[in-house]
Structures are given as C-alpha cells and as structure tokens.
Ligand binder design. Structure first.
Ligand code: SF4
Ligand code: SF4
Ligand code: ZN
Length: 266
C-alpha cells in the first residue's frame, strides 16, 4: 500500500491510495461517512419565537450548522457514564437571544453563545433566519456528539469520493495525429506536440472514454489498474481532514479487534 498526497489543507485533501482493493477503499469512505462522530445541535428549546420562521424550521437549520468538535473531551451520550441523561462529557448548551432592531435583522451562527469556547460554529456568518423590527428569537440549543449513521448533520465531511487512477495510452503505429481526441477531451488531458501525442495531468481524467469513442483507428486506450484510487475529502470544518481519517481508521481497527476477540471465543 502506498499513499501520495496531491493537495492538502485543513479542510481539503486529494491523495492517491495505491495497491488496495475497491472494497478497502469503499470501507474507508463508509467509515468516514457513517462512523466518525462530530458535534451538532440535537435538541432546541424555544423560549420565544415571534419571527416568521416556524420553530421546527429554526431547529432544523440550527442542526445543520457545523460545530467545532472536540473528540478528546466528549463522548456520545449512549456511551457516557451518565447513561445518556446529559452531563458535561456528552453535551454542550448554546443560547441564542436576538431582537430585531433594524427593519430587517439577520441572525447568524455567530449569535449562538456556547458554554464551551471550544464548541462553537465553524463559520460565524451562516444565516439562520431573518426577522423584522421588534420580532424576537430566544432559545437554548443542546449540542451532542453523533454519527452520520444516525443523521447527515453529524457527518464530518461534505464530500468523500474516490475514483480509479486512470491510464491513457496511445498506439503510435495507428495514430495519425488528427487531433480529434484532443478536441473532444473535456479535461484537456491529451496534447499533441511535434508529432508526439501524450497524456498530461492524468489525475484529472474523468474516464469518460470520449477519446476512445472518437478515434476510428483504435489508437487510444483508457484503462485503470483496478487497485489505485484518487480520493477527495472535503471536511465541514468540524474536524480537520487528517483527524477525520485518523479517527475513521481507529474505529475500523477497534471493530476488527472486537470481531477478532469474538472469533477467539468461538
Ligand atoms: S483521435 Fe486517434 S488518431 Fe487522432 S490523434 Fe487521437 S489517438 Fe491519434
Ligand atoms: S477518458 Fe475522457 S477525460 Fe480521460 S483522456 Fe479520454 S476524453 Fe479525456
Ligand atoms: Zn453524559
């Protein structure tokens, strides 16, 4: 197995994972999507709402705001020693109180005040609702750790995808350098220079096969190795991409160890 990082920042990563099976690649994707926990607002107690938005819609919108997540100091309520009753290890309270002082007042994610300075909205300027002058919203929101398995609001990523690593090859005995494949390629992969044809930035090839279909001389061939994958992960900012991947692999290891223990007890 080999790992080559193509692009990396806190919330984005593109990398090539080589010499693995499609099943393994998909297991990593599913672990990230379904099992890595993040914080999200799970319960909203509305004290006053005279804005045009129904209580349920306000609660739904609050649930979708990504919150910075601290996996070291929090556990999922169902695993907490309080038995899910709610304590400082499994939930955080945030309050939101705002009145319309101008003709049109917008409530943003930064208006949520958290009792824990580490559990705050990732982005401060996500609009929650609009209200008119003298209208009011006053609520308490309870954030808890949860998994994408239970609700998409707990997914740590906005995108996790992979595709096969492409191979674009030319048969120079057949190629007449007509340039049809260059014209048709939507990703600008194929170049002809000085009687030479080649594929560049191959990582961007979408495997669409349009070059193969247009070539009447069978001079271009697009294949994959079947064991090398280009991954793209974009995090919501709740966790960094690196932390998300590490947590996904830790959880996978825990699951296989648990299975292994059960098998030994057969
Ligand atoms: S379409 Fe076929 S013949 Fe024409 S340049 Fe491309 S590979 Fe060569
Ligand atoms: S498969 Fe599609 S994207 Fe890839 S080189 Fe051919 S035309 Fe371009
Ligand atoms: Zn608890």
């Amino acid at each position: 197995m080999e790992l080559e990082i193509v692009e990396q920042s806190e919330n984005y990563a593109k990398f090539i994972l080589s010499d693995v099976t499609p099943t393994f690649a998909n297991t990593i994707r599913r672990m990230i999507l379904s099992e890595v926990p993040t914080m999200a607002i799970d319960e909203v107690i509305i004290i006053e709402n005279t804005t045009p938005l129904y209580d349920e819609i306000v609660a739904h919108r609050l649930g979708l705001i990504p919150l910075k997540t601290d996996l070291e100091n929090f556990v999922r309520p169902e695993l907490c020693s309080c038995g899910g009753q709610g304590c400082t290890s499994c939930e955080v309270s945030l309050t939101l109180e705002k009145s319309g002082e101008q003709d049109v007042e917008i409530v943003f994610s930064k208006d949520l005040l958290s009792q824990d300075p580490k559990i705050v909205p990732v982005y401060p300027n996500i609009p929650v609702l609009k209200m008119a002058k003298d209208q009011k919203i006053f609520l308490e929101a309870i954030a808890r750790l949860g998994r994408g398995l239970d609700h998409a609001k707990w997914q740590p990523i906005s995108t996790v995808s992979y595709k096969y690593y492409p191979c674009v090859e030319f048969n120079l005995n057949n190629c007449t350098f007509c340039g049809d494949c260059v014209e048709v390629c939507p990703r600008d992969i194929i170049k002809i220079e000085d009687d030479e044809i080649k594929a560049v930035n191959i990582i961007n090839c979408s495997l669409c096969n349009q070059c193969v279909e247009i070539c009447e001389l069978d001079a271009v061939n697009v294949t994959t190795t079947g064991k090398d994958f280009i991954f793209i992960i974009e995090s919501t900012g709740a966790l960094t991409v690196k932390k998300t991947l590490i947590k996904a692999l830790e959880l996978l290891k825990e699951k296989t160890e648990e299975f292994s223990t059960l098998v030994e007890e057969f």
